[in-house]
Design a protein around this ligand. Structure first.
Ligand SMILES: NC(=O)c1ccc[n+]([C@@H]2O[C@H](COP(=O)([O-])OP(=O)(O)OC[C@H]3O[C@@H](n4cnc5c(N)ncnc54)[C@H](OP(=O)(O)O)[C@@H]3O)[C@@H](O)[C@H]2O)c1
Length: 344
C-alpha cells in the first residue's frame, strides 16, 4: 500500500464511526501524521458537533509540532461558516504545511474552494487519494448534492417462490425473513434519515418503523395516505417519532406528525423527493409494499436494492417486485440470502 493511502485508510475507518449520526453533514475522518507516526486522529461524531479536522487539530496541545506534519482528511475541508467555523482557516492558522484530501466536497458552498484557499496560503494539497472509497463512504451525501434528492434504498423480503405477502388466513405472523435478517433491517434503519411505506402496509402490518433491535437514531417515518384513512390507533401515528404523511387532504400538524398536501394528479414520487430534498433529508429506505416499491422502480429513482430471499414457501400471494439492477453482492444471513443490486 502506498504511504499516503495507509493514513487515508485510517481516516476512512474513523469516519465510518459517524454512520447514522452526522446527517445532513457528511461522515468525515481525519489523521495528523508526522514522520510516519499518527499524532492525532478524529471523526465528525454528530451534526452540530466539531468537524473531524477541528477535533483532530485541537487534540494536539503542542502546536509547534505542526511545522512538518501532514493532515489527512477524507473530504475537502469546509471554507464557509456553518454551525462551526471554517476548517480551512483552522488549518491555515496552525501552519500545517501539507493536506491530503480524499475527495472534493460536492456542496456548492465548498466545491473546490477549500482546496483553493489552502493553496493560496502556501499549503501543499494532494487531492483524490482513495477517491472511490471516499466517495462510497458518503454515497448519501454525494447523491443528495448531485441528484438533488435523497439516496434511495429499496428493501423487501420475499419467499423462495417469489412472494412478499401471503393471503392465507392461517399464517402465524407476517414475517417472511428470519430474526437475523430483521435485526439487520433495524441496523439499516439506524443508518438512514427516513423510512417510507405504502398505506396498505400500514393497514396490514401496523409497523412501528423504529430502531428496536439495534441502537441508534430512529429514522423519520413517511407514508402515503391519499384520503387520510389510517386511524390514530396505528403505531405510525402514535407521535413517538417524527412522522410525515403525504396526502391530498388538509390536516393540521400535531407535535410530531406533519401532514403534507400533494397532488395525486401529478407524479407522486417526484413531489415526495422534492419535499425531502428541501428538508435536507439525505437518505430514504423504502420498505414496501409492492405498489410503493414499484412506483420507485417505474420512475427509475433508486440507488440500491436490498432483497432478502427467505427460506419459506408461500405458494401464493402478492408477487415480489421485479428489479433490473447491477448485481453487487450476495450474503447469507442465517437461512436467508441477501442480494444487493445497484441502479444501472
Ligand atoms: N415482504 C416484504 O418485505 C413486505 C414489505 C412491506 C409490505 N409487505 C406487504 O405488502 C402488502 C402491501 O403491498 P401493496 O402493494 O398492496 O400496498 P402498499 O405498497 O403498501 O400500499 C399501496 C398504497 O399506498 C399508496 N401509494 C403507494 N405508492 C403510491 C403512488 N406512487 N401513488 C399513489 N399512491 C401510492 C396507495 O394508497 P391509496 O390506496 O390510499 O391510494 C396505494 O394503494 C402488505 O400486505 C404487506 O404485508 C411486504
Amino acid at each position: 500500500m502506498k504511504y499516503k493511502e495507509i493514513f487515508m485508510r485510517r481516516a476512512l475507518q474513523l469516519a465510518k464511526n459517524g454512520l447514522g449520526m452526522t446527517s445532513p453533514n457528511p461522515m468525515v475522518g481525519c489523521v495528523i501524521e508526522r514522520n510516519g507516526v499518527i499524532l492525532s486522529e478524529g471523526w465528525h461524531y454528530k451534526k452540530r458537533m466539531l468537524h473531524a479536522e477541528a477535533l483532530t487539530i485541537n487534540n494536539i496541545k503542542n502546536k509547534y509540532l505542526f511545522f512538518d506534519c501532514t493532515l489527512y482528511v477524507t473530504l475537502e475541508p469546509c471554507v464557509h461558516f456553518g454551525e462551526t467555523p471554517p476548517c480551512v482557516d483552522l488549518i491555515i492558522r496552525n501552519n500545517i504545511p501539507r493536506v491530503v484530501v480524499g475527495i472534493q466536497d460536492p456542496c456548492d458552498k465548498v466545491k473546490g474552494l477549500g482546496i483553493q484557499k489552502l493553496r493560496k496560503y502556501g499549503i501543499e494539497v494532494i487531492e483524490n487519494v482513495l477517491i472511490n472509497e471516499c466517495r462510497f463512504l458518503n454515497k448519501r451525501f454525494f447523491t443528495f448534492y448531485e441528484k438533488k434528492r435523497p439516496y434511495i434504498i429499496l428493501k423487501w423480503a420475499q419467499s423462495d417462490d417469489g412472494f412478499i405477502y401471503s393471503y392465507s388466513e392461517n399464517k402465524k405472523d407476517n414475517w417472511i425473513s428470519g430474526i437475523h435478517a430483521r435485526q439487520l433491517n433495524h441496523k439499516w434503519r439506524s443508518e438512514e434519515d427516513s423510512v417510507l411505506v405504502g398505506r396498505k402496509t400500514v393497514l396490514n402490518d401496523n409497523p412501528k418503523l423504529n430502531v428496536r433491535k439495534w441502537f441508534g437514531i430512529n429514522p423519520i417515518r413517511i407514508f402515503i395516505d391519499k384520503k387520510l384513512s389510517i386511524s390514530n390507533s396505528h403505531f405510525i401515528l402514535d407521535g413517538s417519532q417524527h412522522t410525515i404523511v403525504f396526502t391530498e387532504k388538509y390536516k393540521k400538524n400535531t407535535e410530531n406528525i406533519e401532514y403534507i398536501q400533494i397532488s395525486f394528479e401529478k407524479k407522486i414520487i417526484n413531489q415526495i423527493l422534492n419535499f425531502l430534498y428541501k428538508k435536507k433529508i439525505l437518505s430514504l429506505i423504502v420498505e414496501g409494499g409492492k405498489k410503493t416499491l414499484e412506483s420507485f422502480i417505474k420512475e427509475n429513482v433508486w440507488d440500491e436494492s436490498r432483497v432478502f430471499i427467505c427460506d419459506v414457501l408461500l405458494k401464493s400471494g402478492l408477487k415480489a417486485p421485479e428489479i433490473d439492477g447491477i448485481f453487487y453482492k450476495k450474503i447469507n444471513i442465517d437461512k436467508d440470502q441477501l442480494k444487493v443490486f445497484n441502479l444501472r
